[in-house]
Structures are given as structure tokens and as C-alpha cells.
Design a protein around this ligand. Sequence first.
Ligand SMILES: [Zn+2]
Length: 401
Amino acid sequence: MNLAMKPVVLILAAGLAACATPAMPPRASTPGSQTCASSEVRVDAAFEGGAMAHCQAAGPREFDITIRPEDQPINPSPWYAVRLTPQTAGPVQINLLYGDARHRYRPKTGPDGDNWTYVDDADVRVSDDRSVAHIRLDLDAAPVFLTGQEILTASDYATWMMPYRTRNDLSVSTVGYSLENRPIEMITHHPESGRGSVVLIGRQHPPETTGAVAMQAFVEVVLGSSALAQEFRSTYGVVILPLLNPDGVQHGYWRHNRGSTDLNRDWGPFAQPETRAARDAIDTLDQSASTRPVLFLDFHSTNRDVFYTQPAGEDGTPYRFTGLWLERAGARLPGYEIERAERHQSDLPTAKNYMFGRFMIPAITYELGDDTDRALIRQTAAVFAEEMMAILLDYGLAAAH
Ligand SMILES: [Zn+2]
């Protein structure tokens, strides 16, 4: 593997670099995670987001790593994240053993948990039934992370939110706690007499980091310093719950929270503290016309970029926000195909169905592909953010309830 030959496609920390944030603290360790070692290499998952069910040395520089979900049945999102610590430079082979699951996430490596590079396809061999992935790495004598997607945990969100905590026009509050007592945080902005709030949520599903990349880029534009963003924020509120499943993210879960529940199927039962916290925070917005939700976006990842929306003309706005939004963003993104998947309201207790049913506002699931280029995600998210703001400023007042 020749790292120098390959473009570095994941530059997740790029947005942070400009903020002059202090050096990152080391990643917190998670006691009880699996560890194994040969005479030459140590393998562990004792860090935020780290996950492997079992690990066994098959040779001095070869390891069998078993990948298992937190519980079953579950969606096929087999997350893995391990750290390899070789004593000497040289090749290491990792065999990911998925059992009944199938290899999904293209392996990535990085030295520090913040910068990532795809492992060269030539160094990844997946069995015909996709239940085993053999990964060959050429390592220096230094620790390296090997993961399914970039690691984006509570520490990373904390760093990302740091500039927002000190801004006079924003507040960051804790609206509840996860089952393991991790805070559910909310960033809010409310103008003096607003026309309602845009509500954004993220990370109901732990491995869906491309959705998180989109959300962060989107938020950076909406909370940014452009004239459009400033005008928008003088007219509309912005409410962001970026990390709804902090326990699942911490433990490297595939889908669920600590209560074995898909949070995006709990917007109805509200049996979990994470969804209750979000619901209650949103309910508070409904107490005043100036903060009432006017648009809801829920960021996720899947096998492609796609927007799950209400059917055309039925998003609760007389001016058809959703169609206008995707059309105007599309006009600015030549060559980028925008897929709209129209879905009628159903009994499925998703956040989208709940928010549309409760408020009759556009409620959209914003999905990014697992492999969508991260720079493209950021670029398109910025355009979607700008067009959202422009449309709500142009048309939204006509739709005030
Ligand atoms: Zn999802």
C-alpha cells in the first residue's frame, strides 16, 4: 500500500482547522473493550467508537476480528473500529469475520482518529458471500486506527460545538440524558420575534457518519457569517440536536441505543430517554408562534444520496417548499443527481412521520451515501443550506400558520 499515491479523500477535520481550537485531548478509553496481541502487534478497541466482538491472533502479524451487532434483529450496518499498535514496521493482515452479516463499509485508516484514508481496494479482499473481509495494511511502527467509517464521537462534536458555546447569539443546553447518562445537547438560536424554527437532528443511527458530515457542513453555513445567514437568523430560529444517540456512538453500535431500540422507530412510543428529550425540547418550541417548528431535517446515511420527503405538493406549505428547495439546489449543482423519494405518511414511528404529523411542516430525511465523497457532501450541504434559507426568507412568511 502506497499512501503517497492515493488522494486523501476524507478531510473531516478541515472545517475545524480554521477555528484555532486547542489541541485535541487523547481519545477517552472504554474499559471492557476487547484487546488481543501477538508478539509483534497489539489490537484494541478501547476508545470512543471502538468496536469488535472478539479478537484472536492468527499469527504474529495476522488477526481474526469478529464483528457482531449490539443485539438482534438489526439493520445490516456492521460497524467496526479497532486500533493496531505494531512494535515494528511491516505488513499486517486483518480478517474481519461477520458471521451472518455482510461486509458493508470500505475500510479506512488513520493515525489519530481524525484524518482518514481509504485502504486501497487492491489490499482488501472480500469473500464471495461478503461474510469475511481480508485487509492488508503496511504499517509503520506507530498506532493506526482501522475503521468502517470515520470516527465521529461525542468528543468530536464537543470540539465542533466549542465555537458555538461562546457565541452570544447562540445557546447550547442539555435537554436530557441517554440511558447511560450522556448529555443530549441542543444548539439554539432565536431572534427576538422569529417566524418559527428550523429543527435539525442527527445521529440517531451510530455508524451513519456521512449524515453527520452533511449536518455539520449545513449547520456551519446556517450559523455562519454570510449576509444571507445573518438575515435568515434575524427572521428564523435554528434548533440543532446533533447527537441523539451518544451511547450507541460511544460503543460503536450498528443501529440501536443502549435500550436495544432503533431510536428512529421510537417517535410514537417515546420509550427511550433520548427520543423523549428531543420530543420535549421540540414541544417547548411549539409554545410560541415565534419559535414553532417550520421545517425539520433528520440526517442519516444509506447506500446513496436520497431525500425522503412528503409527496409533491403535500408537505404542508402552500408554496411547496420541498420541491422548490431540491429544484433550486439542483440548478446550482450541475452533474449532481438529486433523488427525491416521496413517501406518504405512514404509521412507522420515525422522526419524519412524527414531525409531519404533529406540525404539518416539511419533514425530510436527508440521507448521504456511505461512500459519497466527503468534500462533495460538504459542498452540496452548503448549497442546500443556502437555498433553504433563501426560500424560507422569500416564501416562508406567506406560509405562517
Ligand atoms: Zn439512519
